[in-house]
Design a protein around this ligand. Sequence first.
Ligand code: FAD
Length: 641
Amino acid sequence: MPEQQAWRPIDAGDETLRDALNEANIPALMTALVHLTGNADIIRGDIRPMENAFTDLQGAGIPPEQQQEIRDLAFDVIREFRDSGSQLPGIPDEATVQEMMNFISGHELENDYIDFLQSELSLQGESAFSQPAIELVEASQRENFSVLVIGAGMSGILAAIKLKEAGFTYTVVEKNPEVGGTWFENTYPGCRVDSPNHAYSYSFAPKDWPQYFSEQPVLLDYFKQVAEDNGIMDSIRFNTEVKRARFDEDTALWEVTIETPDGREVLFVNAVIAAVGQLNRPMIPDLTGLSTFAGPVFHSGYWEHDHNLTGKKIVVVGTGPSAFQFVPRIASDAAEVNVFQRTAPWVFPKPEYQAFIPEGKHWLLKNLPYYAHWYRFFVFWHTSEGMMKAAIRDPSWNDSRAVSKENDIIRQLLQANAKSIVGADPELFAKVIPDYPPAAKRMLIDNGAWYNALKRDNVNIITDPIKRVTEHGVETESGQTIEADVLIFGTGFHATKFLWPMEIVGRGGVDLRSHWGDDPRAYRGVTVPMYPNFFIMYGPNTNIVVNGSIIFFSECEMRYILGCLAVLLAGRHRTMEPRQAVHDAYNERIDAGNLAMAWGTETVNSWYKNASGRVTQNWPFSLWEFWEQSKSADPNDYEFT
Ligand SMILES: Cc1cc2nc3c(=O)[nH]c(=O)nc-3n(C[C@H](O)[C@H](O)[C@H](O)COP(=O)(O)OP(=O)(O)OC[C@H]3O[C@@H](n4cnc5c(N)ncnc54)[C@H](O)[C@@H]3O)c2cc1C
C-alpha cells in the first residue's frame, strides 16, 4: 500500500465547511472525496467534468444542480470524517488513481501519459523532475566541477537550487540588483501572470496564492522567497553582467568576462548555464522622428513610474500581452489613450482573471486532504495538454480563419465573447477580431477589462500604421495627426535574438550569434554543437503558445542539464557537446511539428518566427514529450573529450 501523507485533523465548524464547499472546484472535490471514503463510485456516475473545461475552471461544465448534489454529499462526508477522528483510508490503488486522472481530464488518457501525470500529481510527495543519475557521480567530482549560471530569474534561481542540492560549486551572475528577472523588471500597471498560478509555480514550492492569476509584486516576492528559503542568495553576484564567454580548447574551461560595479573581471568555470530568458531585452521599433518627441518615452518592460499620467494624452504602441494589461489600468485617469494596433489579439474569457481566491477555496486547498493535488492537476490539464488539440492544423480544413473544426469552435466562442461586449460598435468589433486563427499567436485571457477599456470614449484603437513621430505626437500613414504627451511602447522583446547581446565564443573562435544568424537552434532546447559544456534554459523552441507554464519547461531543462553533467562526470570526460547529426535531426522534427500547429501557419507573422518564417521559439509537441525527453541524457547523442 503506498504511503499516506500526514494531514492535520479537520476541526472546522459546519458553517466553515458549507462556505468552503460553495467555492469548490467540483471535480477536484469529487476526487478528494474518493480519498476520504475509499469509495471510487463517487466518480463513476454521470456527474463528470466536460472534456475541455478551460472556460469553466470552477464548475467544469457540470450543471448547477449536480454541483449542489456533490456539495451536499461532500458536506456529509467531510463532517463524518471530522467527527470520527479524521482518519484516512489508504491511498487508492494504481488502477483507481488512473481512473481518477481520466475522470479529471475528461477522457481516457493514453498509457504514455500515466507515469508523467502521476508524478505531476505527486500524491506521495514524489518529484516529477528528479535526476537520480547525478547521485551516482562521486561527491568530490561534483564539488570540483564549477558552473556559472547567467541570470537569476525564474530559471537561474531554479538552476542554482538544483546545482546546490547536487553538490556542485556554482556562482550566479545577475545584471539586476535583485532576483526575479521578468517579475523584477516588468512593473507596469496591471502586470500579472496569465498562466494559472497553481500551475505557474515550482513543483517543489507550492504557494497559497492570493489570486488565480497573481500580480507582479506577488510573483516577485515568491521568487525572492524561494531563493532565500533555498539558501542561494549568497551565491548570486548582483549588478554584474556577463559580456562575453569564450571556450578555451586547451584548458576546456569557459573564460567569462563580467562587468561588475568595480570594473571588468574574468571568471574561469567548467560549465555555463545561460538562463537569460527569451523576454528580457525590450524592443522599441525604429520609428522615424522618435528622438524628436518632447515628452516621456518608455517601454512597458521599463515602466517609468515617476510620470503622472493623469489628464495626459497617451499614445500606446502595440496590443500584445503587456499593453493588454496596462491600457485598462491607465485609461481611467488619462485624458486620451490612442492605441496603435498591428494585429488584434484573440481574447479568451476568464471570469476569475483578476479575482481573489475566496476564503473557502483557501480553506479547501489547505485543509481538505488531497484537494490541492487534484486541483493543481485539473488546472494543469485543462489549461495545458487539454488545449493542444485545438491548435493542431487539419490539412483538410480550408477556412483561413481557423485551422480545424475544434479550432473553429474556439474561434466562434471567442468572437461571440467579443460581440457580447463591443458588438454594439461595429467599427470597434471589426477592429478587435483577428484575421488569423486562434492559437496562431498566444491568446490573451481576460475578464472583460480590455474590451471594456476600448469602449471608453477616451480610448481609441488605431490600425493605421505610424508614419513618423513628431515633437508633440505621431503622424499616421494616411496623414492623421495624433497628439501625445507621453509615448509608451508595449512592443515586446528581442525574443528571437537568443542570448543577445552577450558574445558566446565556442570552438574555433566562432561567436554563437554569427553561427546562428537569425536561426537559433539547440538540441532539446539546451545544448549546441561546437559549444561544449554550454547549456541554455528557456532556449530555442522551448516556449509555449497554448499549453502550460514556462516553469514546467525550465524544471525539465534543469533535470536534463543534471543528466548531461551526470554523463559527463561519470564518464570522466572533460567536455560534451551534441553530435551535429543528432542536433539536426531533432530540429527537423521540431520544424515539422511547428508547421503542423496553428502558430506555424505560413500567412501569420509573429515573434515566434525568424525572417525566413521558421518558428524559432516554440515547442510543438505535448508537455509529456518534453518531460519524457528530459529524463536523462543519452551518451550516444554527444561527443566527448
Ligand atoms: C510581462 C510578462 C508576462 C509573462 N507571463 C507569463 C505567464 O503567464 N506564463 C508563463 O509561463 N510565462 C510568462 N512569461 C514568460 C516569462 O519570461 C517566464 O515565465 C519566466 O519568467 C522566464 O524566466 P527566466 O529566468 O528564464 O528569464 P527572465 O525572467 O527573463 O530572467 C532572465 C534573467 O537574466 C538576467 N540577465 C540577462 N542577461 C544577462 C547578462 N548578460 N548577465 C547577467 N544577467 C543577465 C536578467 O537580468 C534576468 O534577471 C511572461 C513574460 C513577461 C515579460
